[in-house]
Design a protein around this ligand. Structure first.
Ligand SMILES: O=P(O)(O)O[C@H]1O[C@H](CO)[C@@H](O)[C@H]1O
Length: 296
């Protein structure tokens, strides 16, 4: 299969970006991705302009409950934003380059900063359901098996062949999250940790959760990392935060069972606080610091 049939080629992304630029006046500098059950974040955008994924050239379809499947343009706290109300996952059957195509499209639209949210299982025993975890680093399990969105020919128009990932999660944005959480009285439930991505869709076994925890994972999920890799490759700065929607089961005596209903339910319960935290962060983004952090 050639790269253009897999997805994410420069030409394909350019076509999508040009189509969007023709259909909206909004010129976003901030991109937001809503995780499972966290779609309400997009409803905060003022003067929203909504495009269903099925109407956008080259966009895959969203198939997961809790992911509305539309792109929302608008203004959040005075900043022009584009928000994915629903993301794509490996387990939906899309090629990994298709899952991450929106990041490249956002880059071509002029986005400088990406804020991603997700729902994740808590591996860290100190975490409670409902906690927020600022992602400080990731473990890319599919990447160990060669499943990386940057596999294939590199296009220098997006970024370098071998992008650094040791600064994937922007230090200043992480600090901003802690500062804002302090002001909002959220510090008690704002943690910081390592997100471990798996392919899904089956939830992890007990042995897998134990292993991931020993490897240094604080939370486990099935998304975000691929988006971050492509966004960083293209020089956008990234912030990502997990809602701990359930506890990863690590004890053979436990009666707990991971399930998507609990994930969505926790999202519902915490959506408002997530919205306030993310929108206050957006308000504080310094336009001067919103420059390309190119990794070339
Ligand atoms: O990561 P998000 O998109 O929030 O979704 C999470 O929730 C789903 C499992 O309930 C999986 O898709 C997992 O990755």
């Amino acid at each position: 299969m050639s790269e253009s049939t897999i997805g994410g080629s420069y030409e394909e992304c350019r076509t999508t970006a040009d189509w969007l630029l023709k259909h909206t006046q909004v010129r976003p500098i901030v991109g937001i991705v809503c995780g499972s059950g966290l779609s309400a974040l997009a409803d905060m955008l003022k003067d929203p302009q909504v495009f269903k994924y099925c109407d956008i050239p080259n966009f895959p379809r969203s198939t997961v409950r809790g992911h509305a499947g539309q792109l929302v343009f608008g203004t959040l706290k005075g900043k022009s934003c584009v928000c994915m109300q629903g993301r794509f996952h490996l387990y939906e059957g899309h090629p990994i380059q298709k899952i991450t195509l929106p990041m490249r499209v956002f880059k071509l639209l002029g986005v400088k900063t990406m804020l991603m949210t997700n729902a994740a299982g808590g591996l860290n025993q100190d975490y409670k359901v409902g906690d927020f975890m600022v992602i400080k680093d990731h473990i890319n399990m599919p990447g160990f098996a060669g499943v990386n969105p940057l596999s294939g020919p590199n296009d220098d128009r997006f970024g370098v062949r071998f992008p650094c990932m040791s600064d994937a999660y922007d230090r200043e944005l992480r600090q901003l999250a802690h500062d804002v959480a302090g002001e909002l009285g959220f510090s008690d439930f704002l943690k910081e940790g390592v997100y471990c991505v798996l392919g899904g869709p089956s939830f992890e076994t007990i042995a897998e959760c134990r292993m991931l925890h020993r490897l240094g994972g604080d939370a486990v999920g099935m998304s975000t990392v691929h988006e971050v890799i492509v966004a960083r490759h293209a020089g956008m700065r990234c912030f990502a935060m997990s809602l701990i929607s359930n506890r990863a089961v690590m004890d053979y005596d436990s009666r707990e069972r991971a399930n998507h209903d609990e994930v969505l339910e926790t999202g519902n319960q915490r959506a408002k606080q997530m919205e306030v935290l993310v929108s206050t962060m957006v308000a504080r983004l310094d336009d001067n610091e919103n420059n390309d952090k190119n990794n070339s």
